[in-house]
Ligand binder design. Structure first.
Ligand code: ZN
Ligand code: ZN
Length: 233
């Protein structure tokens, strides 16, 4: 059952944050139906692929250290706007909307028999949290946290380096910039799910996965709201 059917009877009409039309929640049906989620995706990095292969060319040549990546959307058009509203305007209703969507995807993953001992949200530096006032990735996990018993581990990994925004950097510069950004305490999870809002080249998540594996975790998968097309691919 979708979020609309669950909640529509309870919540009065408001307007859609994207088009200002009347909506039951903060996104109307029409905008929601325009959100793109390309299938199939590379099993390793969630990049859209065509044909019958399970993996994209990039992963066949040089696979990330995490095993699988799952995502809800392609980072484009209305969904890119909605993610910017969520990240920079801090609209609670958008965070709530995404948090429900992410819970539904999480449920569909674990219903296939995949188990995670812990979820680790991408840690932000203290200065970034001070600037934004909150860690938006943690907010995305609100519904998973309420409705499942999975540990949301926000304490084992610290961000010890405030990196410059990676968006303007090429993949090699990103790898260099993010290197040494995380510090981990020893952990003994068998399987960990790393969560971030948007994955572009995957360099931040790959670095986080390296640190988590080195700290003792058996394996890592990745879950993001959206997968952006890297202009360097
Ligand atoms: Zn709309
Ligand atoms: Zn791939």
């Amino acid at each position: 059952m979708g979020i609309y059917s669950r909640l529509s009877a309870l919540i009065p009409d408001q307007s859609c944050v994207l088009c200002a039309e009347s909506a039951k929640l903060c996104v109307c049906h029409e905008c929601e139906s325009s959100f793109s989620n390309h299938q199939p995706r590379c099993k390793s990095c969630a990049h859209p692929i065509g044909g019958k292969l399970d993996f994209c060319g990039q992963c066949l040549a040089h696979a990330p250290v995490f095993n699988r990546a799952y995502t809800l959307y392609d980072y484009q058009d209305a969904i890119a706007d909605l993610i910017k509203i969520f990240k920079f305007d801090h609209r609670l209703c958008v965070g709530d909307y995404f948090s429900h969507q992410l819970y539904d995807l999480y449920q569909s993953i674990v219903s296939k028999g995949v188990e995670y001992d812990a979820i680790i949200p991408m840690p932000l530096s203290r200065s970034r949290i001070a600037e934004r006032g909150y860690n938006q990735v943690l907010e995305l996990l609100n519904v998973i946290s309420k409705k499942t018993n999975t540990i949301i581990d926000t304490y084992s990994i610290n961000r010890i380096k405030a990196t410059q925004p990676l968006s303007a950097l090429n993949p090699e510069q990103r790898r260099q910039e993010i290197k040494g950004a995380f510090k981990a305490q020893a952990m003994n999870y068998q399987s960990v799910l790393l969560v971030d809002d948007v994955m572009t080249t995957g360099s931040s998540l790959n670095e986080l996965a390296k640190v988590v594996l080195k700290a003792g975790a058996g394996s890592c998968d990745v879950l993001t709201l959206a997968r952006a097309e890297s202009k360097f691919n």
